[in-house]
Design a protein around this ligand. Structure first.
Ligand code: BG6
Length: 505
């Protein structure tokens, strides 16, 4: 096996005080703490790591650590350790560095308490992880700046991790970037997109750029179109108040789906370093054609799930979910067609779709090849060549498959689709993980490759802004049944171009 490392992952991250704002939230208990535990399992954390929860509820240090432990033991045991149990000794080691600061994010005294924590920690290094509602991002960052907590020295780094959603349109994303860059430099900012923590997403770059075969056909001479799908079976459930203002487009497209698009479409970077990779990603997303309002309307479909069923179980419609208006027009499904105006991709449509309450969970990229010339098959029984493609499955069944044509054995010339494939589980032993491990480790070690730069984020919003503008004028949604694969208009978006979605699952 060939091992290539961007840097030596054998080194534990430097001693750091890691502040988790929004310590009682779901992200901390479901993803960040399990990821930290897994990093400690793999020997990648320094004994000097201090984890400090910051939130408004009162709780003692010991009770905070206990609450996290109980949750890890019961709710997320399948994502930590060996996938079944939490090792008590390992947890105890991590837990001895856990403490808690009770404070209001808008109150200056909270920040004095954080300064005191750093002073007592034995290291000046600090990471402030904003796992909060987005309305607090600029408020917290301004206060961190005013309290002097973002000032670095040659011995001590100060970094801020910002969760999504980063803005709600181009203007708000630019304003948030402006606010962050007033109090710190770009190299201190880690804008997270958890899709970049997925092995399968990182593998797109490695597969494309380490196997010269791919480069030979990776262009508009051989590729007819690209499909990017993120289908979920979950509904909006308890997240109604967040989702009502967000919708499927803002929630998934400028961030997660554009990350996938960038990985597929970017030019080879000069190195696997932060500047080179992020520079190429910014360029390709910046090359997405800005649709006019009319074009944006014609090239998009908004859907919303109505009551349906899956596996014999009745499922409510979106408008029946808690904290959702009974006449809501928020989209829970979106399908888009975008074009990338550069030499490699001109003329190749990229079709994107994502939806809640679809029939299966399936995040995949399908690279559809142009049909082969038909000449050899003229005057044979073969009446039509089936499309051939490369399918990159991001989740749940991680891997890559070529779907090609072959002759069926027998005296007549019959053809069938066959698969050449690679499933992760057949080649690699996969440790239980949350997807946040690499991202947290990279932040602690100062590698920004997998984090979004200001221009990456703004280019993403710039590309979706015409859809948002078009929908201001016409916010109607097409109904689809919960448990089905989106509205008929989504199928038509491709059918009118003579194409069809790869079937899910
Ligand atoms: C989050 C969205 O960013 O990504 C959720 O807010 C969505 O609505 C989730 O369910 C999907 O992530 P994953 O890793 O399950 O594909």
């Amino acid at each position: 096996m060939t091992t290539v490392r961007r840097k030596s992952k054998a080194e534990p991250a430097p001693p750091t005080t890691l502040f988790l704002f929004g310590a009682h939230g779901d992200l901390v208990k479901r993803l960040l703490m399990p990821a930290l535990y897994n990093l400690s399992r793999d020997g990648l954390l320094n004994e000097g790591l201090r984890i400090v929860g910051v939130d408004h509820n009162a709780i003692s240090d010991v009770d905070f650590a206990k609450k996290l432990e109980d949750f890890l033991r019961t709710e997320v045991a399948n994502k930590v350790g060996d996938g079944a149990t939490l090792d008590p000794q390992r947890w105890a080691k991590l837990a001895q560095g856990i403490s808690y600061v009770q404070g209001d994010f808008l109150d200056d005294s909270t920040y004095s308490a954080l300064a005191a924590k750093i002073a007592a920690s034995g290291t000046g290094n600090a990471v402030f992880y904003l796992a909060t509602a987005p309305r607090f991002f600029s408020e917290v960052v301004q206060r961190l700046g005013a309290a002097g907590l973002l000032e670095e020295s040659p011995e001590a780094f100060r970094r801020v991790v910002i969760e999504k959603p980063f803005g709600s349109d181009l203007q708000s994303a630019e304003a948030l970037n402006g606010c962050l860059l007033k109090v710190m430099s770009e190299k201190q900012i880690y804008r997270i997109d958890h899709y970049l923590g997925k092995e399968t997403v990182q593998n797109i770059l490695v597969s494309r750029f380490s196997n010269s075969l791919f480069e030979a056909f990776w262009n508009n001479h051989y590729i007819d179109h690209v499909q990017i799908t993120a289908a979920e079976t979950v509904g909006v459930e308890t997240r109604g108040s967040f989702y009502e203002h967000t919708g499927a487009l803002r929630d998934m497209v400028p961030n997660h789906l554009f990350q996938l698009l960038a990985m597929v479409a970017m030019e080879p970077p000069a190195a696997f370093g932060a500047d080179a990779v992020r520079g190429e990603k910014a360029k390709v997303v910046g090359a997405i054609r800005p649709w006019t309002i009319e074009e944006a309307r014609a090239n998009s479909v908004r859907g919303q799930y109505v009551a349906g069923e899956a596996g014999g179980k009745a499922l409510p419609g979106y408008r029946e979910e808690p904290n959702v208006a009974p006449d809501s027009n928020t989209e829970t499904y979106v399908a888009l067609k975008v074009m990338i105006d550069n030499w490699r991709w001109v003329g190749v449509p990229f079709y994107l779709r994502t939806g809640k309450r679809m029939s299966v969970r399936d995040t995949e990229i399908v690279i559809c090849f142009k049909p082969a010339p038909y000449a050899q098959f003229r005057d044979t029984e073969v009446d039509k060549l089936q499309p051939t493609y490369l399918r990159i499955q991001i989740q749940p069944n991680e891997g890559m498959w070529f779907d090609l044509l072959a002759k069926k054995p027998g005296p007549t010339l019959d053809m069938a689709n066959i698969e050449l494939g690679f499933a992760y589980k057949d080649f690699f032993e996969m440790q239980p993980s949350t997807g946040y491990e690499t991202l947290i480790y990279d932040c602690l070690t100062g590698d920004q490759t997998l984090f979004q730069r200001a221009d990456n984020i703004e280019n993403g919003w710039r590309a979706v802004q015409p859809f948002l503008d078009a929908w201001k004028e016409d916010a109607s949604v097409q109904a689809y049944q919960a448990g089905a694969d989106g509205p008929e208009a989504g199928t038509q978006l491709l059918a009118r171009d003579g194409r069809e979605w790869h079937s899910l699952g």
